[in-house]
Structure formats: structure tokens, C-alpha cells
Design a protein around this ligand. Structure first.
Ligand SMILES: NC(=O)c1ccc[n+]([C@@H]2O[C@H](COP(=O)([O-])OP(=O)(O)OC[C@H]3O[C@@H](n4cnc5c(N)ncnc54)[C@H](OP(=O)(O)O)[C@@H]3O)[C@@H](O)[C@H]2O)c1
Length: 345
């Protein structure tokens, strides 16, 4: 078994959520780390993030965390301190998103993480650890959604729609699509965020009410060639009705609901494609390729403007903002020291 010089710790500081009859509650305390054999690595975490899914775990929503007490955090970035697999990982800056992180096993809201080495992505050199968490699952999901649009008949110059535009996925989707030359309509419930969305590159900002097709028509005038839908729910049916011939709707979210009712007409009369996006089970090879894009030609220009950085002690308060839909942009959680930013705790 190969290890770094560091003694593999048995416990570390983490934000642990307990679930009882009266609900869930979380606090920072010591939690036990797995022993870490068979190709697992020990990562000292610098940053994690607060995703919509983490907020649901904190609230105790059913069917997400496999058990409680639980350490949330579906995203993590840090430095590998020891490895029971390849010694090449030791000292590398890495990120982990999805797979079972923060859901089936302890996540990134922890001083240390023990994960299989085949969950690791080396952070590309043009991204800092902080950048990688401003992107995180949201950036990866936006990238998967945008690839899905280009796999269909969506091209530079086309009009496209992004819903839930001020959210983490939405903000990255707006910024990347605009930088690739698409004319982005950003749909947001927050009128006060119009200048934020225009700064990200949105061509037009509109309220979700403007997505509605009056009169229950089966099809309506085509308004966009593609859409990244982070909200889901009944509005999706109206988005499909207004998608142009051979357009693509990439559905990744459910902030606005889990069900919708559609006719077959957008699909059989316009050849519209509805593509599901799953960022959790993407293969490692595809992740690495997507992270190279996110670090290179697709790197959003205004990463810092898209994020709020909070300490681990503030996650519960921030989760309320995420679940009430009042947060704008990504919430990055500062967990440990960042060697690139001396002076951070
Ligand atoms: N498929 C995947 O692999 C994948 C990966 C990441 C995230 N997701 C899902 O994608 C969605 C967005 O994730 P995120 O990290 O971007 O979340 P987020 O940062 O919390 O953003 C969600 C956005 O949706 C809008 N919204 C919130 N509540 C709403 C409601 N009740 N009705 C309508 N709109 C509402 C808000 O945008 P406005 O105020 O601008 O309208 C909010 O900022 C979530 O459902 C998440 O679970 C899926």
C-alpha cells in the first residue's frame, strides 16, 4: 500500500447533519474517517460548495442522503495528502463532484475526504481550487447541457433560453452560451438581478411568466432553438411548445417542480428533442474532457462575480436562501487553508 508521508487521520472536523423525529440539525464536530484502503486517497479539502442538493440534504429531504448522521457536500477541491493507490496523486490539486460524494458517503463539508482515486479530476492549471468550486457541479452540469444543445441543431448565433438563470447552473449556462456567441434569454424570477445577468452576457432578461403559452395551444411561435432548463415543472411544457424545428431542450433541474404534462406535438411536428442531464454518473474520461473545456475555451469570464464565499459555520443560513430561491450565483464553502491564498483560514 502506497501512502504519502502524512499519517492517515482517524477523525477530522466536519459539518455533520443529524436527523431525529423533530427534523434535522447540523453542527461542526469531529467525525470518523474511513480507513482508506484499496485505491482510496486522502484529500485535505480547501473548498466545497453549497448546491441545491446539499440544501435538500440539510433539510432532511427523503431519498437523497443514504443515511444520517451525514456530512453533506457534493463538491470538493483540495490537495491529496496520501494515497493507497497510485503515489502520483500525492501533492496534486484535485476536485471531486458527484458519484456518491455527499450523498452515499461523507462529502466535502469536512477537513478531510477519503474517496476512490477514480473519482478524482486533476484541477487544470488555468483554474485555481477556488475557481474549480465556483464551477463545481453547476459548471459541469451547464457544460453537459450545452454539449447536448450542440449535439442537436443549435449553433452560434441562435437564440437560446436559460431558466433559473441566477442559480448556479443557470449563471454558468448564461455565461458560457453568451461567450460562444448564442443570443441568450435569461429567465429569472428576480427582476433585481437583470444587470447581473446582462453582465454575464444575457441578450435579454425575462420573467418566467413570459414563458407561458396562453390558451392551451399545442404549439406556439418558435422563440428559441435550444433551452437549458434548470427549473423543470409545468413550465417545461410551454418551453417545448416554443422550441424551433429540431431544437433541443436540456433538462437538468427541478427547482420549480418534478412533474409536467406535455402533448406529443413538439416532438412529432418539430422534431424537438428533450434531453435529460445527469452530472452524477458521467464517466471519468468525459468529466476530464469537460473540465478541460471549462478551464479553457468555455471558462466563464466573470467567475468571481458569480460566487459568494462562506465559512463552514454559515451553511445552514445559506441553505435557507438556496431553498427559498433567493440566492444569486454559486455558494462556495471555505473549509480549510488555501495554499494559493495565504491568510485564508
Ligand atoms: N441533473 C443534474 O445532474 C443536476 C446538477 C446540478 C443541479 N441540478 C438541479 O438543477 C437545479 C438548479 O441547481 P442549482 O445548483 O443551479 O440551484 P440554485 O443555485 O439553487 O438555483 C436554482 C434557481 O432556480 C430558480 N428557482 C428556485 N426556486 C424556484 C421555484 N420554486 N420555482 C421556479 N424557479 C425557482 C431560481 O432562479 P431565478 O430566481 O433566477 O428564477 C434559483 O436561483 C436544481 O433543481 C438542482 O437539483 C441537477
Amino acid at each position: 500500500m502506497t501512502r504519502g508521508d502524512r499519517q492517515w487521520p482517524t477523525h477530522c472536523r466536519a459539518f455533520v447533519v443529524d436527523k431525529g423525529e423533530s427534523g434535522t440539525a447540523g453542527n461542526i464536530r469531529q467525525h470518523a474517517l474511513p480507513a482508506g484502503g484499496g485505491g482510496e486517497v486522502l484529500v485535505r479539502i480547501a473548498y466545497s460548495a453549497l448546491n441545491y442538493k446539499d440544501a435538500l440534504v440539510l433539510r432532511g429531504a427523503r431519498g437523497i442522503a443514504s443515511s444520517y448522521p451525514h456530512v453533506p457536500g457534493i463538491d470538493a477541491a483540495g490537495v491529496v495528502e496520501a494515497s493507497s493507490g497510485s503515489p502520483d496523486w500525492v501533492g496534486q490539486q484535485v476536485l471531486v463532484t458527484g458519484f456518491g460524494l455527499g450523498v452515499e458517503r461523507a462529502g466535502g463539508w469536512s477537513e478531510y475526504l477519503v474517496v476512490p482515486e477514480d473519482w478524482l479530476v486533476r484541477i487544470p492549471s488555468s483554474l485555481s481550487m477556488l475557481d474549480s468550486m465556483i464551477l463545481g457541479t453547476a459548471g459541469l452540469t451547464a457544460a453537459l447541457s450545452i454539449e447536448a444543445l450542440f449535439e442537436g441543431r443549435v449553433r452560434s448565433g441562435d437564440p437560446v433560453l436559460v431558466t433559473g438563470a441566477t442559480g448556479g447552473v443557470g449563471s454558468h449556462a448564461v455565461a458560457i452560451l453568451a461567450s460562444l456567441g448564442l443570443r441568450v434569454t435569461a429567465s429569472s424570477r428576480k427582476p433585481e438581478a437583470a444587470s447581473y445577468l446582462r453582465d454575464l452576457g444575457a441578450h435579454e432578461v425575462s420573467h418566467p411568466d413570459a414563458l407561458a403559452v396562453p390558451g392551451g395551444k399545442a404549439l406556439a411561435h418558435p422563440r428559441w432553438q435550444g433551452a437549458v432548463d434548470t427549473v423543470g415543472g409545468e413550465a417545461l411544457a410551454d418551453i417545448l411548445k416554443q422550441t424551433a424545428d429540431e431544437g433541443v431542450v436540456a433538462l437538468c433541474g427541478m427547482a420549480g417542480g418534478t412533474h409536467f404534462h406535455s402533448s406529443v406535438f413538439p416532438f412529432i411536428l418539430r422534431g424537438v428533442r428533450l434531453t435529460g442531464i445527469d452530472s452524477v454518473h458521467v464517466s471519468l474520461a468525459r468529466r476530464v474532457a469537460l473540465w478541460e473545456k471549462l478551464a479553457g475555451p468555455w471558462k466563464p469570464r466573470r467567475l468571481a462575480a458569480m460566487s459568494t464565499i462562506i465559512p463552514l459555520s454559515d451553511v445552514a443560513k445559506a441553505a435557507e436562501r438556496v431553498l427559498s430561491g433567493t440566492q444569486t450565483g454559486r455558494v462556495v464553502v471555505r473549509v480549510g487553508a488555501d495554499p494559493e491564498r495565504p491568510g485564508t483560514p
